[in-house]
Design a protein around this ligand. Sequence first.
Ligand code: ACM
Length: 682
Amino acid sequence: MRYAKILATVAMFVSFMSIAGYAEGNMSKLNLMPWPAKIEMTGGRYRLNQNFEVQVTGKPTGRLYRAASRMLRRLSQRTGLFFSQDYLSPDSSVENPGMIISADRRGRLRLYMDESYRLDVTPSRILLKANTDIGALRGMQTFLQLLEADSSGYYFPCVRIEDHPRFPWRGLMIDAARHFMPVNVIERNIRGMAAVKLNVLHWHLSDDQGFRAESKTFPKLTGMGSDGLFYTQQQIKAVIKYAADRGIRVVPEFDVPAHSTSWFVGYPQYASAPGPYTIERKWGIFNSVFNPTLNNTYVFLGKFFKEMSGLFPDKYMDVGGDENNGKDWNANPEIQAFMKSHKIPNDVALQTYFENRLVPLIMKDHKDVMGWEEILNPRLPKSAIVQSWRGNESLENAVKQGYRVILSKGWYLDHYFTAEQYYLVDPVPGSGLTPQQKKLIIGGEACMWSEYVTPENIDSRIWPRAAAIAERLWSPRDVRNVRDMYRRLDAVSLELDRLGLTQIKNQGTMLRNLAGGYDVAPLRTLVNVVAPFNIYERVKAKPYSSFAPLTRVVDTAVPDPMVARDFSSMVEKILAEKETAGDTIDIIGRELAKWKENDARLEKIIERSPILKEIQPISRNLSAVASIGLDALDYIRHNTKANPDWVKANLAAIGTDSAPCAEVKLMVVTPIESLVRYAGQK
Ligand code: ACM
């Protein structure tokens, strides 16, 4: 009796701890991402076998049946179990369901849709219950992430999860304009989004470098502005359906008034300069901009957006609005005269004039608008959503004026920050806003601008880092343990790999192409410890354009490479625990020895692959710094103190050997420096 009481108290305490949202104890093994709002380990396991069957009840939708069927196939593919149940449908009869999924109603795909669910895994049965089929979809993703294995087979640990998102708008923006991304790229990324519970695909469909959505009203938009690389309306409908089937909204962006060169290749009459226009091949901010003083501009845009409003069912139409440099407005005497006669003092005010004529046209089609923070102006309807991308001031400014905002500042994937950096960005500032104002912050979006990505490597720039952002947008604010995030992020990346995303597998293809052969091991060893230059560094490095090759080492290297991250963690552990021997030291020693010898091996490949010549210096540098690291490890292992001159000389040598080259940077320099300093402290 007494013991039972103590145990119950302990159990209560444990479950209380777990509800606080932290991955502790048993939960530290779960690979859930995003981490649920509430989770409790209830003890025991549900063992999976070939008799596993799923029953769908409540008011199921076709979407729910399809999702449950996909879930079953994914489980079967992962476990090799030959389930007897085929595709689920209203006609399926299930004798003894191992899992019951119930949803009370069809979820409407819109902002503030109900995505909550409860998942109860017990040793005998799994219950997934949601108000909407969309909530059930989210729960199925959690369920799939729970799968574990031991020597007796596959199982689900028993848990009770009550989950719902922190923010209703959790987006991924993909720029399909600068480099066109075929439908299969978009669809596989939609699968990735679904896996981590992102719910808005923001599809950037027009920019200076290309117009990517077919318009039947204005066929010259893609006819002349796309190089033939665009989505037909049929393809767009298919993508929207594919996303909807996964509970994901699709919001198109047609960026106006600037970033608009591709519009004017076919329709120069609406531009502010006489033209002619050609598709822009370079990156940057250009002068092309709609002429806001012409009535015909609004007639044209009104018709265009009406057509697109019919094509895209989402409530929101994104009108862009960013980075108008005003130069073509300033250079046009008629526009200047118009500004004078209408008492429009400057370019910003002229853009406001433009937005205030455009927005009502779009709202007439029963849409609400959204746009980059530049659309903010006192007459913008309060239904508009503002996307903050330059700084937190714009976010606070907008909510103080009563607008809803989504955050993208800090979440530009092309800036190649680490997952940790993205993860620790929080949309809601700690102070300065009232609770009411904070409610207007409805989420955020990871942004994948496509200057430096192609269909071949775009996934490796989006994933797995976007999953860290997905967690920030879904999970409670206090879920912030970086180490645990990385543990789960690496698991998520494998899951995405299984779903057909290419962030892992395409690197192999790219390395084989670079090496011109099958033996890529030494090249991979180097690539595993370098990170690519970010967008600002690359702009300065080479004359990049839309047709520049994006097949070099820099394009295969990933931001935040796992091998370098693990190496840093191991060095941190050695330093923290003042180790002089042990497994970690041995692993580090082997790693350093491999790097030291790698240059000679890679050299043989470089000799026959001129495309790799540019990485010769950094390959040599890796060997040089690894050699210093090994010397430091010798001191550490022998528990002898390196003299200050040795430390100084080697830190200086590392400094010289750590210079970036070929647009990549060595990511193991700092931990090796730490080893050298540690050797001097013994
Ligand atoms: C932007 O990055 N120009 C929105």
